[in-house]
Design a protein around this ligand. Structure first.
Ligand code: FAD
Length: 816
């Protein structure tokens, strides 16, 4: 047994490319008291058999930044460490065999432009010039990314390990971590057969073992292994060296030239989950039996694209396991369940191209105590605790492998492992024609089908089959009254003598208000960034109801719990499952509600921003006069078992006034018309309220201040460089989703953060963040004075801008 130190500041579990990258980057940050433990040999998990594709363009800006960083790192790693990596910047060509796929590629190309990734749109013939063996008869177009590349995963891992060792990191092979120790509410070390090691930080880089290593610490790491296939041909005569990587997502195939041979791999739509009962103890350099029947149809598609494959012999049929997560994004960051325990796992077949960036930002996160920028897409706090459920993971993994090459349709919903979390009203909504979408396992009505028609998405980049139905729901809310099931909201209670002080410290707005008041507030970090966006209702002197989004339930609750100082008389409960929420919204909502309650609903007795417990039907519910759609309306918080009764009463009474059930797509179009922000799209932990246009929700001078105030004050003095604004396209044909580039006077100044068609305004709308080039602070004059265009699928469309909401800018309708 190797001898281990009794203490290391950081222990990394797992010596794949990700663990070695974390070690390398910790050392770069000067953190060298690091011990990396690998149960067998470096790279013996999934890293050794990866195809080694290194692409740059990812779904979001920050993930693209990480992939770009990875490319730059690999490019110089050999020079720095003396260890060859095999990295070659050969570029990549992605081809489209349908108009929809070409639109997807062109939208991706537009996005690449915002992210600073070099990209060219090619005709089929131009694509063949770059890839001579390509069959192009059925191709519509292609894109070329010259800076993409390929690397040798084993050598690259060894280079990272060498760089880490040279800086003082200890890497020990043949030692398995068998337990994670905890003390005083945080991680305190690991156990191994070679003895215990005390540690301040433990990092789970255990790849497909990550779920089991997480379980040792009571931490949920939702990932599951699946079989993943490629073949390598015999040498192909005339195959040019250093061909770009070729991707044909319609054929679910990728192609890599490899010393005169072709490596061809697949992302098939129905994958084969592997090792449902846990990864075998002795698994190392695992090679699974080839499944020729499984890959035969994939092979046929690949041969159609590259006919030279027909004559080429196959040298290697490879099948190796890789881990996949329920949403196809990796898991990064400090686990909410255990301070000091970090995770970097579940890389969904892009671990080689992600490892450089992921290792860097995780090292920054560990050293600085916070992520260097918004990493919400991959933040482990997006996961719901149920997601470690094995059956759920197995069933979802069938689908998640193929998602990488599937059409990334707007509003696309998963098809597997559905129906996990349902509101108390689910069956009623289903009977009324609801088409459900899923967020963190929660089934939510997105739109309602017309009677006698099927509630099923027909996807496209244009107006989908639900467009007009959702428009009618939207109009009902604006003109009469609509009913939303918003039960998926996360709801917490903070209770105790010190509740007001605890909440006041993390809330930028004043929450020490009269009982019955509702406060819209952000929780900030010390840098002034928005950690959470919520409403807070003072239920009693010593009790608050805190309401946030479904997707941020784990994150927000964790933030709240960690904000309670030791010894404070305040306890937080997650009461999300206890209450259903109905949003009754629209100018007729008061009249409808009045039919079912004796409570005085007049604006003087029950003004905007107040909350009361009222009789409603046979129930007692909390009615809160707030809105996310910009109309008079009430959010009704109903103990779950009373919800069906209240719903039935509302629907029966609403028949006479045209009450219409409405879904989340209508909610989204309504809120974008009103300019209401959405955390995770429009705002994040790297945006401040001043940049987000939320300065009105900051109580600068409240008696005890708040976390982030000093940073905000500094920003108020110097002025902000970027600002969120509302945009409307002048043409009503293209639709906005997110990440579309924004041009001002011919200069790229920002991107759309969320988009939807606004049915009242009659235009495709977006919220978007724009930055003023140079050092001058951004001003409303500068924003208002430019000529704007938004780029959709490589075409620029004129747009108008506004810092105020397009709909009801003075907010009169809300306060009626
Ligand atoms: C066929 C195939 C092709 C691929 N092609 C590509 C590609 O072209 N581009 C790309 O970017 N990605 C690709 N990937 C994905 C890539 O290989 C993985 O995402 C990446 O290797 C994950 O690295 P990792 O360090 O997280 O995991 P691993 O390499 O599996 O490392 C985890 C390590 O943890 C160790 N470990 C586990 N438990 C313990 C414990 N208790 N104590 C100590 N050590 C422990 C394991 O032994 C293992 O070595 C491919 C994957 C497959 C299967």
């Amino acid at each position: 047994m190797p001898s281990l130190p009794s203490h290391a500041h950081v222990v990394i579990v797992g010596g794949g490319i990700v663990g070695c990258s974390v070690a390398y980057h910790l050392a770069k940050r000067g953190c060298t008291d690091v011990l990396l433990l690998e149960r067998r040999q470096l790279t013996c998990g999934t890293t050794w058999h990866a195809a080694g594709l290194v692409g740059q363009l990812r779904a979001t800006h920050n993930l693209t930044r990480l992939a770009q960083y990875t490319t730059a790192l690999y490019e110089g790693l050999e020079r720095e460490t003396g260890q060859a990596t095999g990295f070659r910047q050969v570029g990549s060509v992605a081809v489209a065999a349908s108009a929809a796929r070409f639109e997807e590629l062109k939208r991706g190309a537009s996005m690449a432009r915002v992210f600073g990734v070099e990209v060219q749109i090619l005709s089929p013939h131009e694509a063949r010039e770059r890839w001579p063996l390509l069959a192009i008869d059925d191709l519509v177009g292609a894109v070329y990314l010259p800076k993409d590349g390929r690397t040798n995963p084993v050598d690259t891992t060894q280079a990272l390990a060498r760089g880490a060792r040279a800086a003082g990191v200890r890497i020990v092979e043949g030692v398995k971590v068998t337990a994670i120790h905890q003390a005083a509410g945080r991680v305190s070390g690991v156990a191994t057969a070679a003895g215990d090691v005390r540690a301040d930080v433990v990092v789970n880089c255990a790849g497909m073992w990550g779920r089991e290593v997480g379980a040792l610490a009571g931490v949920s790491v939702p990932l599951h292994a699946a079989e993943h296939f490629y073949i390598v041909t015999e040498p192909i005569a005339g195959l040019p060296a250093d061909l770009p990587i070729l991707r044909d997502a319609d054929a679910r195939s990728y192609f890599k030239e490899d010393t005169g041979k072709l490596l061809v791999g697949w992302f098939e739509p129905r994958a084969k989950p592997w090792a449902e009962d846990g990864i075998p103890e002795d698994s190392a350099f695992e090679q699974l039996p080839p499944d020729l029947a499984h890959i035969e149809p994939l092979f046929a598609d690949a041969m159609r694209r590259v006919p030279a494959l027909e004559a080429a012999g196959v040298q290697v049929f490879f099948n190796g396991p890789e881990s996949f997560t329920p949403d196809d994004r990796y898991l990064l960051g400090e686990a909410p369940e255990l301070p000091g325990f970090y995770v970097a796992a579940g890389f969904n077949s892009i671990g080689i191209q992600s490892a450089g960036g992921a290792g860097k930002v995780l090292a920054d996160w560990i050293v600085d105590g916070h992520p260097p920028f918004d990493l919400w897409d991959v933040d482990i706090r997006r996961c719901a605790p149920f997601q470690r459920n094995r059956r759920y993971l197995r069933d979802r993994t069938v689908e998640s492998l193929g998602l990488l090459y599937a059409m990334h349709w707007p509003f696309r919903q998963p098809q597997t492992a559905r129906g996990v979390r349902r509101s108390a009203l689910h069956d009623r909504l289903a009977a009324a024609g609801a088409c459900f979408g899923e967020v963190a396992g929660f089934e939510r009505a997105n739109w309602f089908a017309a009677p006698g028609t099927e509630a099923r998405y027909e996807y496209s980049y244009g107006r989908q089959n639900w467009f007009e139905l959702s428009a009618a729901e939207h109009r009902a809310v604006r003109e009469s009254v609509g009913l939303f099931d918003q039960s998926s909201f996360s709801k917490f209670v903070l209770k105790g003598r010190d509740a007001a002080a605890v909440l006041g410290r993390i809330s930028a707005n004043e929450v020490d208000v009269a009982v019955g008041r509702i406060v819209y507030t952000q929780w900030l970090n010390a840098r002034g960034g928005i950690e959470a966006d919520l409403t807070v209702t003072r239920e009693a002197e010593d009790s608050y109801l805190i309401v946030g989004a479904c997707a941020t339930q784990t994150r927000d609750f964790n933030y709240l719990c960690r904000a309670i100082p030791a010894g404070a008389a305040a306890v937080a409960f997650d009461v999300s499952s206890a209450y259903a929420v109905l949003g009754l919204m629209g100018p007729d909502s008061r009249a409808l509600l009045a039919q079912l309650t004796d409570a005085d609903l007049s604006s003087s007795a029950f003004p905007f921003g107040s909350s009361r417990i009222i009789d409603l039907g046979y129930a007692r519910v909390r009615a809160s006069r707030i809105t996310y759609v910009g109309e008079l309306g009430y959010e009704l918080y109903i103990p779950a078992e009373f919800a069906p009764g209240v719903y039935d009463a509302l629907v029966a009474a609403g028949a006479a006034c045209g009450l219409r059930l409405a879904g989340y797509h209508a909610l989204n179009s309504l809120r974008i018309e009103k300019g209401y922000r959405h955390w995770g799209h429009d705002i994040s932990d790297e945006d401040t309220p001043l940049e987000a246009g939320l300065g009105f929700a900051v109580a600068w001078d409240k008696p005890h201040g708040f976390l982030g105030r000093e940073a905000l004050l500094r920003q108020r003095e110097t002025g902000v460089r970027r600002r969120l604004a509302a945009f409307a396209l002048e043409s009503s044909v293209p639709l906005l989703y997110h990440n579309e580039p924004i041009w001002r006077d011919g200069v790229l100044v920002g991107k759309v953060t969320s988009g939807m068609f606004g049915h009242t305004i009659g235009a495709a709308l977006g919220l978007g963040c724009v930055a003023r080039p140079g050092d001058e602070p951004i001003t409303s004059e500068w924003i208002g004075s430019g000529r704007y265009e938004i780029e959709v699928a490589a075409e620029r469309v004129p747009a108008r801008v506004s810092l105020r909401p397009f709909y009801d800018p003075s907010g009169e309708r809300v306060k009626r």
